[in-house]
Design a protein around this ligand. Sequence first.
Ligand SMILES: CC(C)(COP(=O)(O)OP(=O)(O)OC[C@H]1O[C@@H](n2cnc3c(N)ncnc32)[C@H](O)[C@@H]1OP(=O)(O)O)[C@@H](O)C(=O)NCCC(=O)NCCS
Length: 153
Amino acid sequence: MSLRIEAARAEHLPALAALRAAFWKDQNEKGLREPAPGCALEDLAKLLGRARTHLLVALLDGEPVGYLLGQTKVIPGVVVQKASSVEEVMTLPVFRREGAARRLVEAALGRFRDDGADRVQLRVLVENDEAHAFWRRMGFEPYLTTLERKLPP
Ligand SMILES: CC(C)(COP(=O)(O)OP(=O)(O)OC[C@H]1O[C@@H](n2cnc3c(N)ncnc32)[C@H](O)[C@@H]1OP(=O)(O)O)[C@@H](O)C(=O)NCCC(=O)NCCS
């Protein structure tokens, strides 16, 4: 079995659309209150070739088993900064703990450095235990907490 990480191409989009839909379903089931973005083929197609946007696919014997969507933002200010973020990362449940997400993140970090960023952030749901364990292992630490409450109707 050979695992490769590549920039997504048009031929990967049908599998990536299914993976993306599964990612957002999983996050919503874990408590995310935001609606999923478009998970259709054309929504993903728009991401290909977008500046500082990295849609990476993990291919096991040529078959997509995971993906990562990351981007680098330019933050204006007295000193212009570039900060990257991992927006989505998911591996198929049957291929977990095989190092695919690690390889996706390592590949993304290289691309973020090439973008000129010097830090990378991401959001994790408080109750997403597997993701907390994964990100800790990848060297990420809690930095900023988002607080939220519901408003009365
Ligand atoms: C989080 C997720 C991407 C990890 O994918 P994965 O392919 O299983 O991760 P890897 O195999 O590369 O794991 C690398 C290391 O992270 C840690 N890790 C990963 N999953 C873990 C878990 N469920 N429990 C404890 N540690 C875990 C381990 O140290 C692991 O190394 P090891 O297997 O040698 O012990 C995967 O569980 C997933 O897709 N979850 C659903 C989507 C999601 O929540 N994404 C994150 C949103 S912030």
